[in-house]
Design a protein around this ligand. Structure first.
Ligand code: ATP
Length: 570
């Protein structure tokens, strides 16, 4: 297929913000897709590899600019200038190529096959001359591309297609393409809902839209048969939130399993037929190399030929053996060097709370209590290494409350309450389990500094240092990077804050920008800790921004006195 045909679809999708319309456009395209072309499904989400794959195109903005310079003859500096005006390197490429190619005719020869061929080579390149080789691969594509094609090549390279197609839209398009119900009756609606769930589940298990698409061509029983595969990640099950233990029991039934809600990060650990251990994050990233000790614990202390475990890795203090908040160990996820050193400084304990696959068999349809018994049987409990999550099974409210109190006193976040009979539903936030955490509190604080994000969030200020006041002085009380939306239409987003903060810039060092203290936000948090890190002497735990308070100025923010009072209350 010609790349121009796909770009035409991209253009239509970009022009039509309505989700229904997008589903329609995608579905028309899918109907025409030949069986040998199903790999194109990845490109619809702007990807070249399946979601479960470790491979990423991983090209920096700098390199993309260089490639554009190389193929257009326009200098890097000029490109950056246009970029500043247009804010999107895709559009920059389009406009530069338009000018450059005004008088030339395109042969319209770029094929999707060629796009895949060159893009797939990018992550493979290593060693000497890599940059040059990457530049050539990209420049080769840009040279034979039309302005519109150049726009999407750039955006695909930067992994930001900007056509508003996410997983849900792809799913609905697949449903619309293959499972048509003629009349809009109640039964039709019910059937559509069932099929939609089935398609979603097939993706959550396989994390591969091409496979889902191919299964959908063959029919529902193929979708149903989508299997978990050790060595590949899955979309993990998520939980609901309840305010009290009583509500928790109402939701999950009695008796329930109650376990610690550890403040770490989710780890799916798999052992495949070749005895290879792999560790995945909730976002499907393979982090096995970053956690050699976890691999070793699993090899030593978990029995079984093949399995998939769901767990939370939590950091602890080597001396006091107390658990640490997630922020203190978060750097381990991305760290690629000095692994041994950091492993000693920031050790983690793996708390296994579910098992989804064992010795060639998927367990996700089995009741939770059976899965739990199995994991207790096969994991040799090794505190501060690997263990089944600390849990009780009870139908007694007082016993549950006692357990909750103990967990909070140990400094952990809260508890999980789980239905003993429930299956495991990949990817879904269902009430098979609930989390219970202390009520949130909030303060209005002012942003004094912000940091640019990386990857998909590059170009946006995504982490904010907030301050309270002590008379005339502003004192830092924490860094917040959660609570904000990824898209402007969804509510208070990074984009909106970035646009408001940029004009307030005082100075910039590296990725960090100091700003005039004018933007006030409401920050919700769970508790306050003493902390030498921030000038106020305190740090908010689990902070998230919930509102922009443009009606307020830095004069109206929380005072140190108020914060102290809040700490004393506890
Ligand atoms: P939160 O920010 O509260 O962790 P979330 O949106 O990341 O929420 P939820 O499914 O709502 O995820 O809450 C459960 C999360 O808590 C899991 O994703 C997991 O990372 C973590 N967790 C810690 N301990 C457990 C446990 N024992 N069982 C299940 N999840 C646990």
């Amino acid at each position: 297929m010609k790349y121009a045909e796909l770009c035409q679809i991209y253009e239509e999708l970009e022009k039509n913000p309505s989700r229904l319309k997008k589903v329609e456009i995608l579905s028309e395209f899918m109907k025409k897709l030949k069986r040998e072309d199903t790999e194109i499904i990845y490109l619809l989400k702007g990807k070249v590899f399946p979601d479960y794959s470790e491979k990423e195109i991983g090209i920096s903005e700098k390199l993309v600019i260089k490639a554009l310079a190389k193929s257009s003859g326009v200098s890097d500096k000029e490109i950056v200038n246009v970029w500043k005006k247009l804010g999107d390197l895709g559009k920059v490429a389009e406009s530069i190529m338009e000018k450059k190619k005004q008088n030339t005719l395109f042969s319209n020869s770029l094929t999707i096959q060629k796009i895949f061929e060159n893009f797939k080579k990018l992550p493979e390149l290593e060693g000497k001359g890599t940059v040059e080789k990457k530049l050539s691969l990209i420049a080769e594509l840009l040279t034979s591309a039309s302005p519109t094609e150049s726009k999407y090549i750039m955006r695909t390279l930067l992994e930001d297609l900007r056509i508003g197609v996410a997983d849900g839209t792809l799913r609905d398009a697949i449903v619309k393409t293959f499972f048509k119900f003629e009349k809009e009756t109640e039964t039709d609606k019910e059937n559509t809902k069932k099929i939609t769930e089935l398609v979603q589940e097939s993706y959550d298990i396989s994390t591969d839209w091409r496979l889902v698409f191919e299964n959908a061509i063959k029919g529902t029983n193929y979708l149903e048969k989508t299997m978990l595969k050790p060595g590949k990640p899955l979309k993990v099950m998520l939980y609901l939130k309840e305010a009290t233990i009583e509500d928790g029991f109402t939701r999950v039934g009695k008796p329930a399993l109650i376990d610690y809600k550890y403040d770490g990060f989710r780890m799916v650990i798999t052992k495949d037929e070749d005895c290879e251990i792999n560790i995945f994050t909730r976002r499907l990233d393979n982090v096995t190399k970053q956690f050699p000790e976890v691999k070793e614990y699993v090899e030593k202390f978990v029995e079984g030929k093949t399995f998939m475990l769901d767990s939370e890795a939590v950091g602890y203090d080597i001396k006091t053996k107390k658990y640490k908040p997630f922020q203190e160990i978060s750097q381990r996820i991305k760290r690629k060097y000095d692994i041994e050193k950091i492993q000693k400084e920031l050790p983690v304990e793996v708390n296994v709370f579910d098992i989804l696959y064992y010795d060639g068999e998927s367990l996700i349809k089995k009741p939770f209590i059976e899965r739990r018994k199995l994991l207790e049987k096969i994991i040799k409990k090794q505190p501060f290494k690997i263990r089944p999550s600390q849990a009780i099974i009870t139908d007694n409210i007082d016993e549950a409350k006692k357990f909750y109190k103990k967990v909070l006193e140990s400094g952990e976040e809260g508890i999980m309450m789980k239905n003993l009979q429930a299956p495991y539903k990949p990817g879904a936030r269902v009430g098979y389990g609930v989390k219970i955490k202390p009520e949130d509190n909030e303060f209005d604080l002012v942003i004094i500094e912000a940091e640019y994000g990386t990857g998909k969030r590059a170009g946006w200020l995504t982490s904010y240092t907030v301050a309270c006041k002590d008379y005339e002085k502003l004192l830092e009380i924490g860094k917040v990077s959660t609570g904000l939306k990824e898209k402007e239409e969804e509510g208070l987003s990074f984009m909106e804050l970035t646009k408001k903060l940029k004009p307030l810039k005082i100075s910039e060092t590296g990725r960090s920008v100091k700003v005039k203290p004018e933007l006030v936000v409401t920050v919700v948090y769970q508790n306050i800790q003493k902390s030498p890190t921030y000038s106020s002497g305190y740090a908010l735990r689990f902070p998230r921004i919930t509102r922009l308070r443009e009606d307020r100025s830095s004069k109206d923010i929380a005072t140190l006195e108020e914060i102290r009072k809040e700490v004393e209350k506890k």
